[in-house]
Design a protein. Sequence first.
Length: 493
Amino acid sequence: MKFSLDNQTVNEIQTACLVIAVSESGLQGASATRLNTTSDGAIEAMIESGDIVTGLGKCTLLHRLPGLAAKRVLAVGIGKAEKINLARFDRACLAAGKILRDHSATDAHSCLHEVTIEGADSGTLLRQSALALHRANYMYTATKPRKDDAPSPLKSLSFQAGEDSRPVLEQAYSFALGFQKARDLGDLPPNICTPAYLAQEARAIAEQFENVELEVLEEDDMAELGMDALLGVSRGSAHPAKLVVLRYQGADSKQPPVALIGKGITFDSGGLSLKSGENMMQMKYDMCGAAGVIGAFLACADMQLDINVVCIVAAVENMPDGDAYRPGDVLTTMSGKTVEVLNTDAEGRLVLCDAITYCQKFEPAAIIDVATLTGACMIALGHHASGLMSNDDNLAADLLAAGDAIVDRAWRLPIWEEYQSQLDSPYADMKNIGGLPAGVLTAGCFLSRFAEDQKWAHIDIAGSAWKWGSDEGASGRPAGLLAQYLLNLSAKS
Ligand code: BES
Ligand code: MN
Ligand code: ZN
């Protein structure tokens, strides 16, 4: 979908659909007010009569309003004006976007950013509405091409704003690109999206930008580095593991990079600690951490931020096999620390710990790993918040703020040292599981042991990266949170 700006008088804009906001107390913004005037008060009258519903996310399609060049108007409810905030605004825009996607219209013009929200300027609202409308417009087509009678997504979307909004619009486009990439990768089936496929995707990004370089470590390279934890997980799979290293240079090479690390388990069967059929069904999503960091990296490169970033994807498949690693095995990680494997289904931390050790050769200013790491995180936080754990209060605060700013939110969880003893093992430096209590935290504690002198954060996206049910699919998260964090670090913010 293309974004554009159009600052003509709103009633003269030729479009299949004008999109305006209405609250319980009436019209929102100058454009809605103007349309009401040119249509002789028709919109306000319909709000009063209840023909336009104003509840949050409720949409009403209006036809043949007098005095407009547009074919129709979509009135989008934002509920009570005094309760509106960025997250609610995002929900309203998303609802509007779904109507637009499912309607025959293929172009639209949005005035939604004219809503008044305390603490959010119109640029923020323009970007948020663009992202939500873009997200709603998504349709999976990789293995199921669109049928002729299927909904027709928007091809172009303009906004009621002038040239001064160009930078915001371009930023929104880069963010949308990142989200979309994360989502596309997450939704692909595991027979297509293999470790080699992830490496290929990274190559395509490296070829697209002059200041991006790619290195892919093969299993032999990893063996030489002593990554026996990562390779242990991979042993049961017919698809060789890849450690994908993307480097973006937007600043002086002396400036330390931010390291983003993604869990890229392209399928998690559980290994010999085999998952049940019920729990295995969704495990193609186990590479959504990788998808999220790749998406954020792409957005950063597209914006040409003036920072350095290294993005590492541990791309591995976790399968049972005669040569697979077993419960009881003791593995030596690249750091030299040993791990007693008690459950081969706690594999994410085993691939991440070696990636965390490896990335320290870049002397990063901060390390952020992202993973669909624990079912426990999904139980604790559901699908709305990612779980954030960190050994650094400033880094944690920056990441939380970034998530709030783009409505890709995280919630901080404690990894107090008291939890560490749950990982004690008589046979190695640690076990790879910490038992039932606080499974999300003991996973975080495990990783923290490999980032001891580093400024480090871990984001568990087991619940936020995808949804099942009627709107099943990858969410693209936390590409937005990460891209916003990188943008905030850059002087271009
Ligand atoms: N990939 C899963 C975590 C997961 C579960 C993500 C459900 C999304 C939805 C991870 O590798 C896993 O299997 N974790 C185990 C850890 C346990 C064995 C300590 C879990 O959460 O059950
Ligand atoms: Mn697992
Ligand atoms: Zn997993």
